[in-house]
Design a protein around this ligand. Structure first.
Ligand code: AMP
Length: 110
């Protein structure tokens, strides 16, 4: 079981931003930007490459809702998903980093 499944179940606490039946968004514990949120599906899918397009479509809408909720739709933001070893993925549960709150440099990656 990954740490994100434990966050979904409530076993590990998180600072939630938004939740629906399928997805959860919470603040990253080690923020790389003034606003750094993770958006995940509640079911464990390993990574972006393993995800189907219907789910990714719904997750994209959820990410837009999250960004709007915290005001990033007005100032801009970055969305990143790390995939596998070379992608720097540490938690093998699909997640998108939502980063904003300051002008981000391209090398300021999550
Ligand atoms: P990645 O390197 O793309 O797999 O990103 C994993 C992210 O999960 C990192 O940015 C971590 O800071 C974050 N993270 C790990 N544990 C927690 C936690 N308990 N609560 C919130 N974020 C976490």
């Amino acid at each position: 079981m990954t740490i994100f499944e434990k966050i979904v179940s409530g076993e590990i606490p998180s600072k939630k931003v938004l939740e629906n039946d399928d997805f959860l968004a919470f603040y990253d514990i080690n923020p790389k930007a003034p606003i750094h949120i993770l958006a995940i599906p509640k079911v464990c899918i390993k990574d972006f490459h393993s995800a189907d397009s219907a789910m990714l479509g719904k997750l994209s809408e959820f990410i837009q809702e999250v960004a709007t909720k915290v005001g990033l739709d007005k100032t801009g933001y970055r969305v990143i998903s790390n995939i596998g070893f070379d992608g720097g993925q540490e938690v093998p549960h699909l997640h998108f980093h939502i980063l904003g709150g300051a002008k981000l440099r391209f090398d300021n990656l999550a």
